[in-house]
Design a protein around this ligand. Structure first.
Ligand SMILES: Cc1cc2nc3c(=O)[nH]c(=O)nc-3n(C[C@H](O)[C@H](O)[C@H](O)COP(=O)(O)OP(=O)(O)OC[C@H]3O[C@@H](n4cnc5c(N)ncnc54)[C@H](O)[C@@H]3O)c2cc1C
Length: 388
């Protein structure tokens, strides 16, 4: 087989890139390790920035998002039982939208199907070859048969555990990592959210987040140890641990119910540099991971795709490789700022140590955030997404 761009991975990065390329007449094939149903079943991110909204519109898949997505003008932060609000709208003129990653994935899959673009699900043993040559190749197995695709470029959109990043010569790659000694225990349930806006909770018992997917579906998280066994967390125990971390009003409004999903996600900061290796370009979680505290993972994947799609369109339409040459540098400049913000949110809101000095610093940091318009503006600018 022959195509212009092979995209490895049908997560948000791969599907969005495929959609944008198709709309500019650039042929692409997506290879995905799992089935479509498995990809759709993963409950992950929920808060999207305006730039991501804009890209989904550009990809022609934004209609349902505008109908069902919840526009949020601000966010609430509860510190030891006292709630504070930061208004994005007043400080930056911008907002964010709550719209689940599963819904975005569905919209992108439907959009791709409508264009008739090829996706190979359940592709096994995907391997990259000749990435520094003019005609790289990708091989894989599907339906019990071996296949080979010759292409111009490969987009490695296959997440942190994918094959793309590990296919590059180790001496060409530098990685930076911070693994936090905790995870997020999350549950999803069909109950009305406790608040119209997200509530980030800093409490001496540990971090919590009250989030939502719709006016009828809530998502709650608790800070937990990495050794935690999910089986040891029946729903009742989750609610018992959440309640005392909330302020009085939230406790009063909390509607509990049976969970429809429960999972533990480890918290990690990771960056691989550069993001280009010959004709292989990494995008999204394949190149970087942020702890979910700043809601940046999906948005960063989208911003990589913005740079990469424009660079590929420029290559084919204008015969210019300037965008491709600068892709890694441009994407990483944004990645590191999101890494900084996500690290700041994580270290400021979680109980990371028992050292009273660290806890006093957290409280001073938050007090400054609530009292200083400059500090609140810095927070709001980063939360709604920095400009390109
Ligand atoms: C449990 C969890 C919770 C999260 N919660 C949040 C959140 O609340 N907020 C937030 O902003 N972000 C969150 N994130 C991060 C966010 O979901 C990711 O940043 C986002 O999914 C990145 O998209 P991606 O397309 O780069 O990677 P992925 O979504 O990981 O997609 C990669 C795709 O590549 C496929 N793949 C992997 N290996 C291969 C291979 N060898 N061959 C072919 N295909 C392959 C995978 O099956 C997958 O479909 C969470 C992540 C996890 C894991």
């Amino acid at each position: 087989m022959r195509t212009q761009v092979v995209i490895i991975g049908a997560g948000p990065a791969g599907l969005l890139l495929g959609q944008l390329l198709c709309r500019h007449g650039i042929d692409n094939i997506i290879l995905e390790r799992h089935t479509g149903a498995y990809v759709l079943g993963r409950v992950r991110a929920g808060v999207i920035e305006q730039v991501t909204i804009g890209l989904l519109d550009e990809a022609g898949v934004g209609a349902r998002m505008h109908e069902d997505g919840l526009v949020h003008d601000g966010v609430q932060i509860c510190v030891d039982g006292v709630r504070h609000r930061i208004s994005f709208k007043e400080l930056t003129g911008k907002t964010v939208m709550v719209y689940g990653q599963t819904e975005i994935t569905k919209d992108l899959m439907d959009g791709r199907a409508a264009l008739g673009a090829p996706t190979v699900y359940a592709a096994q043993d995907v391997a990259l070859h000749d990435i520094f040559a003019d005609r790289p190749r990708v091989t894989y197995r599907a339906g019990g048969e071996a296949h080979e695709i010759v292409c111009d470029f490969i987009a490695g959109c296959d997440g942190f555990h994918g094959v793309s990043r590990t296919s590059v010569p180790p001496d060409t790659l530098t990685t930076h990592e911070r693994v936090y000694p905790l995870g997020w225990l999350g549950i999803l349930c069909d109950t009305p959210p406790v608040s119209e806006e997200l509530i980030y909770v800093r409490h001496r018992l540990g971090f919590a987040l009250c989030s939502m997917r719709s006016p009828r579906r809530s998502r709650y998280y608790l800070q937990c140890s990495l050794a935690e066994d999910i089986e040891a967390w029946p729903d009742e125990r989750f609610w018992q641990e959440l309640r005392p971390r909330l302020d009085e009003e939230a406790r009063h409004r909390l509607v509990t119910g049976p969970s429809i999903e429960k999972s533990i996600a480890p918290l990690r900061s990771f960056v691989a540099e550069p993001m280009r290796f010959g004709r292989l370009f990494l995008a999204g979680d394949a190149a970087h991971i942020v702890p979910p505290t700043g809601a940046k993972g999906l948005n960063l994947a989208a911003s990589d795709v913005r740079y990469l799609s424009r660079a590929l369109i420029e290559h084919y339409a204008e015969k210019s490789d300037a965008g491709l040459a600068h892709y890694s540098e441009r994407a990483l400049a944004r990645v590191w700022k999101a890494e900084r913000f996500s690290w700041w949110m994580t270290t400021t809101l979680h109980r990371l140590s028992d050292n009273p000095f660290d806890q006093k610093l957290q409280l001073a940091e938050l007090d400054y955030l609530f009292r200083s318009k400059a500090a609140a503006t810095v927070f709001a600018e980063n939360y709604v997404g920095l400009p390109y």
